[in-house]
Write a new protein. Structure first.
Length: 86
């Protein structure tokens, strides 16, 4: 994965908060993905303006001591592989 990649949701994906479930969702055609834990806070930063390093830096500041430098790029890569991020 390129560090200059600026992740953004694919056109067919909508990020939404569901008050009933109390969870962030990715709404896709004919499918809903419920995001667990801090996944929503990561996806929320995927605006196409920040590259992966900037997302990691922001999350590291919000969650000192958390292994964001290792885990966030892997998570974003999985979402990209699914086609949910471009």
């Amino acid at each position: 994965m390129s560090e200059t990649w600026k992740p953004v949701l694919s056109r067919s994906v909508v990020f939404r908060y569901d008050r009933v479930r109390g969870a962030d969702l990715l709404v896709l055609p004919e499918r809903v993905v419920v995001l667990q834990g801090n996944a929503g806070s990561i996806v929320r930063l995927c605006d196409g303006a920040r590259d992966v390093d900037a997302i990691v830096a922001e999350l590291a500041g919000q969650h000192p001591g958390a292994p964001v430098a290792d885990e966030v790029p892997l998570f974003l890569g999985r979402l990209r592989k699914e086609g949910w991020l471009k």
